[in-house]
Each structure stands twice: as structure tokens, then as C-alpha cells.
Design a protein around this ligand. Structure first.
Ligand code: GTP
Ligand code: SPV
Ligand code: MN
Length: 612
């Protein structure tokens, strides 16, 4: 490829180390040509993708894509963190020596992009000028145009983000090769896919998927795994699978910022896009900072804990998104947003899209509709109950399209954090909210987050498992070291955030209905939490935290049976005592778990025994 240097010159890609990296992998993958991408190339790339049949139009300024049917979610088994030092081995990070994994990935990638274009996508996972920007620059090389289009939506993209680095070599080298999707043995014992973060070399090598977190390397691989490793190695920050919102109280003029982790497909995007419930909308406004990733650090000037969203867009779950549950999400994928839908149901004649929960009933006229695999639904047998959209079908849109986006979302400063919450799909035991004021107990609570896995990962839906801080699939190093680092970062802040555990998903054991209406009403327990932090309410002390009394929660206009309300505001001590044994087993797996965490565990266990 003789004109490689010329293409980079032409594109104004001047960083010599980036150019070296591009050359190395262009050679290895055998790509026929390279193209350097800036965000301003979006329109042209969209048109090319439509012309090539990679995207279809879904009405004016909306696009539709379908992925290979065995490539619809992250694969946790095939995801690996590799380093040179076995001390980085954790229980969840699938650690392997980099000396083994790098050659493996290089072999898989060798010649695998022959005849294809290799796109060079320089990006920044931070608002420009942010304190953590030195860890946020990266370059993704990918052989797939739709991946580029997703990256332009999900990250800040352009050569300016790597040209002027203080240290020209300090960027994440991210290589994505799709491979021959029809011959990769996905999910079999001859699975050829590998998604590897060589964390101590700041190199990401992903082979065998063009879907979501497997392919948009700025997002999960850099934004979470590499970010977490860098945050620990530098001692400076945390990279968490958290949403981040602002809550503005128009009556007092105060602004609060709440971040928190729920496992994949468990409500972060919905919480971040929340329109306040009608009864509270006069007084409160919720603004969106982030819905999937937050980096947290202590601001040097103020000594406070700060947070920012490294992403530039939303890769949201489509299922159950509708006018009632999430009007802001629907508006963010409206006409002329240039959003991309993936694996929803699609009607090529009308350009409409549909997914389960979009409307109560399926579209009346089945004619013309294709399910997510591309098969006409009119050909289905009457008893075929398979969903039209894949349960992990998604929409991709830039932050600027989100109606409740915070006005300062792109500011370099980030925002001070008042509260950190953890939650997940937990069908019993966990009340609506329990507040925790002690740092070690808060971190302990996050580490023992137990919830149902979802369709965001292959073959896991419904399994109850521990998912520390909702980071289980993104853990980059040992869990004990992680707990230590978390305690150190947050503990260094002058103003400690309040912690809480929330649960929107408690169910009735008999008929399975959700006890709490959820969605917009989730603002109510959060307001209570902030009032508790302000000393405006007292709550009721229990062994596992402070829970609201019925009177303290603002329930105006909430549709909930008195019985259900009572259940989500109470603690089943016996059930919790059982849980403590599971937690003990869970925590015992981890090396170097700090004493503070074990002490918190024992304190909670003793208090439960005293309450029983
Ligand atoms: P990832 O992008 O995979 O990390 O997911 P996420 O945590 O952002 O989850 P998201 O907000 O997209 O929600 C996932 C699913 O949970 C969607 O089908 C939502 O409709 C549903 N959901 C979200 N919040 C609630 C809630 O309060 N109650 C109920 N019952 N369902 C909810
Ligand atoms: C998740 O699975 O938590 C996601 C989607 O946010 S993906 O980008 O596929 O990881
Ligand atoms: Mn996520």
C-alpha cells in the first residue's frame, strides 16, 4: 500500500506514533486502503453505507441496520484482559498473559481485512480539556463502515484529538477486525472470537464481531476496561459503568448530581433520560450527563469528587421504550436525528421501525414488516411467539439529540458528585431504596450487588449473579485491588457522597408483576436520598441502611397498591441473614480484599442478627 503515507498526509494526521501504529496494522491485516475519519465525514459515510446496503433508511434522517444473527450482544466468555503480570488476575477479568494473547490475535488478524478499507478513527473519551483527557485519547482501526458510523455517534472523533498530544505515544491503540462472521463458530467449542484488552500496553485487539461493545472500542473496551486499569495504575481515577444525572430543584435553585451503576440493560439509560413525573415536574428537572460510563476523580482545586461522561452518544436498549416509559428516548431517535437502529423490526416499504413494548399491540398490518433477522413476519405461523425485535436491539444517537441533555454536558470541568447509587434486577429482598452513609459500607454494598443478568450478554438472561458495582463484565484487574482503589479515590474527597442501593424490579412472587411502577417515578426515591443527605428527612434505620418511611416519600400521583408499597419499604431480616452467607462466599473469592470491606460485612451481619 504505497499511498499510505500520502493518505495520512492528506488527512493531516501528523502524530508520528499514530502513523507508525496505522502502518503496522495496515500491513498485518492486509487492508487494501486506509481512510482517516473525522466527524465531518459522517454524511458521506452514511450515504456510502446506504448505497452499499449496510444501512437502510428508516424514514427521514433515521437509519436501520441488521447484524449477523449470531452477533447480537457482548460475549463475556471471549473477553479477556491480558497483561505481563499475573498479579493482575482477578476472578472476573479472564486474565491471560499478554505474551500468549497478542500473538494469537495477530494470527487471527493477519490478512483478515484483505480487499477491505481500514478506517482510522482518532477519538477522545472525554470532553476536550478535561482533567482525565490524557487517558482518553485513542485511535480505533476498523474494517467496518457501520462501526465507524457508530463511533462518530458514540465518541468525539477527529484527527485533532491525537495530533497535539503532550506525549505523542500516549493514546490507546484499538484494533477491530470483524472477520468472517459466518465461519467463526460463535458459541461453540470452536469459537474463534477474541476480545482482548492488553491493559498494560494500552492496546485493544478485538476480532470476530461488529456489534456494540465488541466493536465500538472507545466505549466499553477503552471507556471501561482500559480506563479502569489506567485509573488504578495512575492512582488517579475510577472508570465505572455508571449513569450520571443532574437534578435541579427550581424552588431552592440547588443542583445535585447523582451517578450510579446498574448492570447492563437494567435501567441506566432510562434513569438518565428521565422526564420528572407530572406531579414533580413543576419543581424538579432531571438533566442527562451520561447513561453508561462515568469517570470519577478528585478535583484538585476543590477537593471534591467529580464525574464526567467520556462518551458522546447513547447506545440504548430499544425494548419497552415508549411514550410513557421514556418520551425523551423516543424524541432522541426522531426524524432528522441521524440515529441508527440495530436489530429492531423494520418495514422497508414505510421505513417504520418497531420493537416489543414500543406499542401495546404489534402493528396491525403485518404486511411488509421484517423481524430482526430479516424474515417477513407475515410468513410466520400463528403460534410463533418469537419477538419481532431482538431483545438486545438498540438505538444509537448523539448526546445532542437527547432532549434533557445537560446544558454543560461538554464542559471540561465535569460535575461534583453528591450521591452514588447501585441497583439491578433483583426480584426479592432488595427494597426500593436503602441509603448508606459510611464509605466502606457503600463500597461493600456495591461489591455485593446481586442481580439478574440480561440479554446484553450472550446466553445469560435471568441468571442471578453477583455483579460488583455493575462492573463484572468490565473488570480490568483484581477485585480486592479494585476495592482498595475505590476506597482511596472516593475517600480522598473532602465532601463524601452518600451511597444508596435502589431496586425498581422487585416482583410479586405469585403473578410476577413489578411492585414499583418504575421509570419516571424513580425520581422520588432519589429526591428522598438527597433530602436525607441534607438532613431534611430521617428515614428509618435498619441493619442494611436507612430506608424511607411512607410519609417521607413523595408519592403524589403514584399508582401503587398499599400492600406493594409496604413490601418495597420493608426489610425481610431472615432473607437478608441468608444473603449474608452468600455474600461471605462471594467476597472470599477475591484476593487482597481490604479489611474495611470485611469489617463492613461483619458489622451488617451482626446488626441483622441483633434485629432478628
Ligand atoms: P446498557 O446499555 O445495557 O448498559 O443498559 P441500561 O442499564 O442503560 O438499561 P436501560 O435503561 O436501557 O433499560 C433496559 C431495560 O430495562 C429496558 O427494556 C427498559 O425499558 C427497562 N427498564 C428501565 N427502567 C425500568 C424501570 O424502572 N422499571 C422497569 N420495570 N423496567 C425498566
Ligand atoms: C452493555 O452491555 O452494558 C452496553 C452495551 O452498554 S455494549 O456496548 O454492547 O456493551
Ligand atoms: Mn452498559
Amino acid at each position: 500500500m504505497a499511498d499510505l503515507e500520502a493518505v495520512m498526509d492528506e488527512a493531516g494526521l501528523t502524530n508520528p506514533e499514530v502513523r507508525e501504529f496505522v502502518k503496522e496494522y495496515a500491513e498485518l491485516t492486509g487492508a487494501e486502503r486506509i481512510e482517516v475519519v473525522n466527524a465531518s465525514d459522517d454524511r458521506r459515510l452514511l450515504e456510502e453505507a446506504v448505497a452499499a446496503g449496510e444501512l437502510e433508511k428508516a424514514g427521514e434522517g433515521r437509519y436501520y441496520s441488521r447484524s449477523y444473527h449470531k452477533d447480537t450482544a457482548r460475549s463475556e466468555e471471549r473477553t479477556i484482559v491480558a497483561t505481563a503480570d499475573e498479579k493482575d488476575r482477578g476472578v472476573y477479568n479472564n486474565w491471560r498473559p499478554s505474551s500468549e494473547m497478542k500473538p494469537k490475535l495477530h494470527d487471527l488478524m493477519r490478512g483478515a481485512s484483505e480487499g477491505k478499507t481500514m478506517y482510522v478513527v482518532p477519538y477522545l473519551m472525554a470532553p476536550a480539556g478535561n482533567a482525565l483527557a490524557p487517558w482518553a485519547a485513542g485511535v480505533e482501526l476498523t474494517d467496518t463502515r457501520t462501526v465507524v458510523l457508530h463511533m462518530i455517534r458514540m465518541a468525539r472523533v477527529g484527527v485533532q484529538f491525537v495530533n497535539d498530544l503532550e506525549d505523542p505515544g500516549h493514546f490507546v491503540r484499538a484494533v477491530h477486525v470483524t472477520g468472517d462472521l459466518e465461519n467463526l463458530g460463535q458459541g461453540t467449542d470452536r469459537d474463534k472470537r477474541y476480545f482482548v484488552t492488553v491493559a498494560d500496553e494500552r492496546t485493544i485487539l478485538h476480532f470476530g464481531s461488529s456489534y456494540g461493545g465488541n466493536a465500538l472500542l472507545g466505549k466499553i473496551a477503552h471507556g471501561l476496561r482500559q480506563g479502569a486499569y489506567d485509573g488504578w495504575a495512575s492512582g488517579k481515577f475510577l472508570a465505572e459503568q455508571y449513569m450520571l444525572i443532574g437534578i435541579h430543584d427550581k424552588e431552592t435553585g440547588k443542583d445535585y448530581h447523582v451517578c450510579g451503576g446498574f448492570p447492563s440493560a437494567s435501567g441506566k439509560t432510562n434513569l438518565a433520560m428521565m422526564a420528572a413525573p407530572d406531579a414533580l415536574g413543576e419543581r424538579y428537572h432531571v438533566s442527562f450527563y451520561g447513561d453508561d460510563i462515568a469517570w470519577l476523580w478528585v478535583d484538585e482545586a476543590s477537593g471534591k469528587l467529580y464525574g464526567m461522561n467520556p462518551e458522546y452518544g447513547v447506545f440504548g436498549v430499544a425494548k419497552d421504550t415508549n411514550e410513557t416509559t421514556n418520551p425523551n428516548a423516543l424524541a432522541s431517535v426522531g426524524p432528522h436525528t441521524d440515529c441508527i437502529f440495530t436489530n429492531v423490526a423494520y418495514n422497508p416499504t414505510t421505513g417504520e421501525v418497531w420493537w416489543e413494548g414500543r406499542t401495546k399491540e404489534k402493528p396491525k398490518d403485518r404486511h411488509g414488516w421484517l423481524d430482526w433477522t430479516g424474515s417477513p413476519v407475515a410468513d410466520r405461523k400463528d403460534d410463533d411467539t418469537a419477538p419481532w425485535a431482538h431483545p438486545n436491539s438498540r438505538f444509537t444517537t448523539t448526546l445532542a439529540n437527547v432532549p434533557n441533555i445537560a446544558q454543560d454536558y461538554d464542559a471540561p470541568t465535569g460535575v461534583p458528585i453528591d450521591a452514588i447509587i447501585f441497583g439491578g434486577r433483583t426480584r426479592d429482598r432488595e427494597p426500593l431504596i436503602r441509603a448508606i452513609t459510611d464509605l466502606a459500607e457503600g463500597v461493600y454494598d456495591g461489591l455485593t450487588l446481586g442481580a439478574e443478568a440480561t440479554s446484553a450478554a450472550e446466553g445469560k438472561e435471568g441468571i442471578l449473579r453477583y455483579d460488583p458495582m455493575s462492573n463484572r463484565p468490565f473488570m480490568a484487574y483484581g477485585e480486592g485491588d479494585y476495592a482498595r482503589h475505590y476506597l482511596d479515590v472516593v475517600g480522598a474527597a473532602t465532601d463524601q457522597p452518600i451511597f444508596a442501593h435502589v431496586n425498581w424490579f422487585q416482583r410479586d412472587a405469585t403473578d410476577g408483576h413489578f411492585l414499583w411502577p418504575g421509570y419516571r417515578d424513580n425520581l422520588r426515591p432519589l429526591l428522598w436520598l438527597l433530602q436525607l443527605k441534607n438532613g431534611e428527612v430521617e428515614g428509618r434505620r435498619t441493619a442494611v441502611g436507612i430506608i424511607p418511611t411512607e410519609e417521607e416519600l413523595d408519592l403524589e400521583g403514584v399508582d401503587i397498591a398499599p400492600d406493594d408499597l409496604e413490601r418495597i419499604l420493608s426489610i425481610d431480616t431472615e432473607r437478608w441473614q441468608q444473603e449474608m452467607d452468600f455474600r461471605e462466599e462471594h467476597l472470599s473469592q477475591f484476593d487482597r480484599m481490604p479489611d474495611e470491606i470485611w469489617e463492613a460485612h461483619r458489622r451488617v451481619a451482626e446488626e441483622l442478627d441483633a434485629e432478628a
